[in-house]
Design a binder for this molecule. Sequence first.
Ligand SMILES: CC(C)(COP(=O)(O)OP(=O)(O)OC[C@H]1O[C@@H](n2cnc3c(N)ncnc32)[C@H](O)[C@@H]1OP(=O)(O)O)[C@@H](O)C(=O)NCCC(=O)NCCS
Length: 181
Amino acid sequence: MTEERSPSEVHTIAKTGRSLVIRPAVEADAPGIIAHLQRVAEEGLLGVASFRNPEEEAGFIRSADSDHYLYLVVMDGGLVVGNIIASRGNTPTMNHLVGLAMALDPPYRGQRIGSRLLELALAWAKEAGAEKAILSVLVANLPAQALYRKFGFQVEGVRLQQYRKLRGEGYDDEILMGKFL
Ligand SMILES: CC(C)(COP(=O)(O)OP(=O)(O)OC[C@H]1O[C@@H](n2cnc3c(N)ncnc32)[C@H](O)[C@@H]1OP(=O)(O)O)[C@@H](O)C(=O)NCCC(=O)NCCS
């Protein structure tokens, strides 16, 4: 992956040779973001996937102030193929925390794009003065756990049967992970 940066955009070249842009989400991205998250949720890899509709997502983006949120999308031309949301706690007891959630469409995995998104989000969190990053990941999602471990996240707990499976019978257990910044 080669890369060029401007203040608000990161340009990278994927393994396929496609030119990708990582940039802050705007309201007009909402339908593409929901479609992207639905594609990944169908794989059974997301517990806390956004189940907002495009209008709700646009409202969320509109109201997500930059002191508390970093919302990045990965664009392949006009298509949203990845995203990361970093959300700073907004109560006096939780404003030392930043929660993270991210996803890439299958053809864009394994090319260090997830690592780049995580680096950008952790740098933002640190700059914003947060002290700890937290996230959750399904027990069955070994690639994501490997990524987070590589970045120094540690397992802090497991919640059993936290999510009903989107397709088929049964539940998924969830691992809680954290990293002090
Ligand atoms: C998890 C996810 C974001 C990782 O992004 P990615 O761009 O594929 O990951 P990277 O290429 O940056 O890989 C970083 C590290 O993660 C680990 N990793 C990535 N893919 C892996 C795989 N298939 N198997 C095992 N480890 C893997 C490796 O340690 C890798 O480091 P390396 O490149 O030095 O070997 C991506 O796979 C994804 O979107 N998955 C579906 C949605 C999801 O799981 N979201 C997270 C929910 S908590």
